[in-house]
Structures are given as C-alpha cells and as structure tokens.
Design a protein around this ligand. Structure first.
Ligand code: HPA
Length: 277
C-alpha cells in the first residue's frame, strides 16, 4: 500500500501488530517470499552488506508496504530486500529506518521490526553508525552492542506490558560474531533522541552511567524485537569519537565519510556473521 495522506500507525485506535501483519502480507505479495528467517536493519556505513549476504530474490520500495514512512532524507529511497544466504536462510534487509528524531513516535520507529517478526523472522540484526567513548576505538571500528541504556524517555511498549530485557543482546550471537572476528570489542549503547549530537557533558554522563557508545537509534527497536520474541544481535560502526572525546567538532559529513571508508570491511564482516547463522 502506498502512503497516502496519513500513516495508519498514526491512528491511536489502530493496533500496531495488525498493521505489521498487513505489512508482512504486502512483503510476501511483493517479494513472492512467504517467510523470512532473519531481519537486518542497515545503519550508516553498513549498506554494502546487502550485496554480500547472498542472492537477491526481490527489492521493493518501502513506500509500497503498509505503515512504512517516506524516507526522512529527500532523494534517499528506502528499500526492503529479500535475500537468500548460501545456507538457505531467508534474510529481510531493511534499508528504510525511521528515526525517533523524525518525531512520528515510537510505533513508526519500530514498525519495521514488528513487520519483520510478522514475516516469521526469529533473529533481528540491528546495525548503526555511532560515536565512541572508548579512546581505543578509532573511527571505522565495528563493535558489538552488549547492552543498552534508553535515554529517549520513550518506549514502543504500550500499556502494562512488562518485558524482560536481561541478555537483550544475545550472548550466543555475540559469540558467533567473535568466532568470525575475534578482535571485535563490545560496549553499552546509549540511545539519545537526537538529531543534535551530544554535548561533551552528555557524553561524560553516558560514560558515568556505564555507556560506551552514543547514537540515535537501535534501543527502541531492540525492545520491540524482544517483545516479539526475537533473538537480537547489535553492531555499531564507530564513525567518530563522541563529542568532547575528540577535540574537533562533529559533522554529518565526517560521519558519512567514516562510514564509506569502513564500508567494505564491515560489510564483509556482517555478511560472514549472517552467513554463519
Ligand atoms: N552521536 C550520536 N549519533 C551519532 C554519532 C554521535 O557521535 N555519530 C554517528 N551517529
């Protein structure tokens, strides 16, 4: 379904899980693939992985799928791609992320995750570009997410929905990733609302409360994935040292360039990890 005037998720009376089920039906119809095993959200820097994971069965514009938002950045068409790995696993690659800072609320932010779960995916791989707090992480370093701190003040859970988040980021899948690359370090991801980058004082706060990575995505998506019963793997590409850790100002340009430079290495790492699933 094309997005017309409004998004069905914006109707407070609508059931977001029913809309996700409709979206999953759209994906089945448009890709010809009745179910997927693994879902992968591609963040800044990780885009080239889509080519390396396996054979593309179908690529569809996200705007054709119920509830998906128009891309935030003009000229950037969000796509969903169905790929089959050499081991025969079907991967739904989500190249259309809705960020919390777009202001459409958490339902829209996690719709892709709920849709992926409705297509049958039991594994959710979340990737992002982020700022690093550890001095040893140079721009271009991929790190595993070991846990998160949700600083958005928001949640995708509605009502008295009590979801356990112990071991949210699967130990089993982190071990699998380290079998592919034993040098992978890990850290706690802090989701800020954005879109402004953090102040140096906010980065110091994140560090003081146990954070190692700062970014603007992923935590809300991981919560929704856990609610859906999925096993979660999270990867951050450190595109820059967080504000105040690096002495020069942060820029979106710098973040994009670091992503581009690291692209081939991290994409092949991600493809190998997914190939091993
Ligand atoms: N902070 C938040 N989000 C980011 C950063 C950062 O330093 N770098 C890339 N995304």
């Amino acid at each position: 379904m094309s997005e017309t005037l409004s998004n069905p998720l914006d109707d407070p009376a609508a059931d977001p899980f029913e809309i996700a089920a409709e979206a999953a039906d759209d994906i089945t119809r448009l890709t010809g693939m009745p179910r997927h095993d693994i879902a992968l959200t591609l963040g800044s820097g990780w885009g080239q992985a889509a080519e390396l994971i396996g054979e593309t069965v179908a690529t569809i514009p996200a705007t054709e799928v119920t509830g998906f938002s128009k891309p935030a950045l003009e000229g950037h068409v969000g796509t969903l791609r169905s790929v089959v790995t050499p081991r025969g696993k079907h991967v739904l690659i989500i190249g259309a992320r809705t960020h919390f800072y777009e202001g459409h609320g958490p339902r829209r932010v996690v719709h892709s995750v709920r849709t992926a779960a409705a297509t049958g995916a039991r594994t959710m791989v979340l990737t992002n570009g982020a700022g690093g707090i550890k001095h040893t992480w140079k721009p271009g370093t991929p790190v595993l997410i070991s846990d998160h701190i949700n600083l958005t003040g928001s949640t995708p859970l509605e009502g008295a929905t009590f979801v356990d988040l112990t071991d949210l980021y699967s130990v089993r899948l982190r071990d699998l990733a380290r079998m592919i690359d034993p040098s992978l370090d890990e850290g706690v991801y802090c989701q800020f609302t954005g879109p402004q980058y953090e102040t140096p004082a906010e980065v110091q706060m994140a560090k003081a409360i146990g954070g190692h990575i700062v970014g603007m995505s992923t935590a809300l998506e991981a919560i929704a994935a856990r609610q859906a019963g999925m096993e979660i793997l999270g990867f951050s590409l450190i595109t820059n040292m967080a504000a105040g850790i690096q002495t020069t100002p942060l820029s979106h340009q710098e973040v994009m360039e670091a992503g581009q430079a690291a692209g081939p290495v991290i994409s092949s790492l991600l493809a190998r990890v997914i190939g091993a699933m």
